[in-house]
Design a protein around this ligand. Structure first.
Ligand SMILES: Cc1cc2nc3c(=O)[nH]c(=O)nc-3n(C[C@H](O)[C@H](O)[C@H](O)COP(=O)(O)OP(=O)(O)OC[C@H]3O[C@@H](n4cnc5c(N)ncnc54)[C@H](O)[C@@H]3O)c2cc1C
Ligand code: SF4
Length: 334
């Protein structure tokens, strides 16, 4: 049986109190929201801290607000709420869908958007008990000196596995972060770095307060697609968000955001394809672009080459869904 090591739970009632607690105990501290990622990682001794600061009673972190220009979502908003919110469903359907595909109903009841954005990276060599990891001599993320995914590699390449991140980037979302030094804002596209041991550019003293997403114009279409072995309770093995900006019936811009590769999502812009007609050729072109420029690693389960092929399939399907083409079976395996 895996046991939690002892910790002190702080339950601040104000943002000021929370940021002071974080500053006081950093780096031996984490924010806890739903706890669905943090507590299992603490049980696996993957995360070792003795202070947790709860987001539960912080008013600023709760609720979804729609203004004329954007949707603001508190970081402690639950995934179930996010997936079912009428404004999110109407204006940001790819985000609602991504949230609805996370884990299981029980976990979506507990898990939050802020926790999902800050979700720890995953790797087949780290999501194991401490005993298992020590038997292998550890790795760069766990008291060792080598990486088992890239032997001889200098950095940890564990995978960003958060389902909401690709569509947040595709929608141009910005996060608001608080610390004892004040507030700062950062685009989600710039929030991640190529270091799987701490891939999210959020300092230990910082708290994610909210996410702001500009309301897309009617010419912007975004789709999210996830592939995992099981339909439920499974992290993404392939995750892609496709954004198409359309003007006068042709492509005017957009991006493909690929998750579940390394610690940082891959963002591919579509300038080269501006002027393309919205048809099957576009689906094929985006599929080829992703095949050429995003390469899955053997860091998470399933054959990396199969995941590469599957990524292409999911990108083509996303494009078809956005331009009104029917889905059709493709090789490999539909
Ligand atoms: C069986 C199982 C299946 C899962 N499947 C999926 C899946 O398919 N897709 C997926 O994306 N996730 C999955 N998860 C992971 C997790 O449930 C979700 O990512 C969830 O959104 C995490 O949110 P949380 O509030 O529980 O985060 P927590 O566990 O509370 O926190 C996670 C991390 O975020 C940090 N954090 C939390 N809130 C804040 C904040 N406000 N400011 C700064 N840092 C913060 C914590 O310190 C911690 O490092 C799964 C988990 C389990 C146990
Ligand atoms: S990618 Fe390498 S260093 Fe990172 S968790 Fe996996 S084995 Fe460890």
């Amino acid at each position: 049986m895996l046991r939690l090591s002892p910790f002190t739970l702080h339950q601040p009632k104000t943002l000021d109190e929370a940021t002071q607690l974080l500053a006081q105990h950093a780096p031996d501290v984490r924010v806890i929201s739903g706890g669905t990622d943090l507590l299992p990682n603490m049980k696996l001794a993957q995360t070792k801290v003795t202070h947790l600061v709860s987001a539960k009673f912080l008013e600023e972190l709760h609720g979804i607000e729609r203004t004329e220009t954007h949707v603001r979502i508190g970081a402690a908003t639950g995934l179930k709420t996010l997936a079912e919110d009428p404004d999110v469903l109407e204006l940001l359907p790819a985000l609602a869908y991504a949230a609805s595909r996370i884990a299981s109903p029980q976990i979506r009841n507990m898990g939050t958007l802020g926790g999902n954005i800050s979700l720890d990276t995953r790797c087949r060599y780290i999501n194991q008990s401490e005993l298992w990891r020590e038997a292998l001599g550890g790795c760069l993320k766990s008291h060792g000196t080598e990486c088992h995914v890239v032997p001889g590699g200098q950095g940890c390449v564990a995978a960003l596995s958060a389902d909401t991140v690709p569509s947040l980037i595709a929608y141009g979302a910005v996060v608001e972060l608080a610390s004892d030094k004040g507030l700062r804002r950062a685009p989600v596209s710039e929030l991640f770095q190529q270091d799987g041991t701490w891939h999210v550019r959020i300092a230990r003293e910082e708290l994610l307060v909210a996410v702001e997403i500009p309301i897309p114009s009617p010419q912007t279409r975004v789709a999210y697609r996830k592939w995992a072995v099981r339909q439920s309770i499974d992290f993404p093995l392939v995750s892609v968000a496709v954004r198409l900006d359309v003007a006068d019936g042709v492509l005017a811009g957009g991006s493909v955001v690929v998750g579940a590769l390394g610690p940082r999502p891959r963002v591919l812009t579509l300038e080269r394809l501006v002027g393309s007609t919205l048809d099957e050729k576009l689906a094929q072109a985006l599929g080829q672009m992703v095949y050429d420029r995003a390469r899955p690693l053997p860091n998470i389960p399933y054959d990396a080459e199969y995941r590469r092929e599957r990524m292409v399939v999911e990108v083509r399907r996303a494009v078809r869904s956005l331009v009104g083409l029917p889905e059709r079976p493709l090789t490999p395996q539909a």
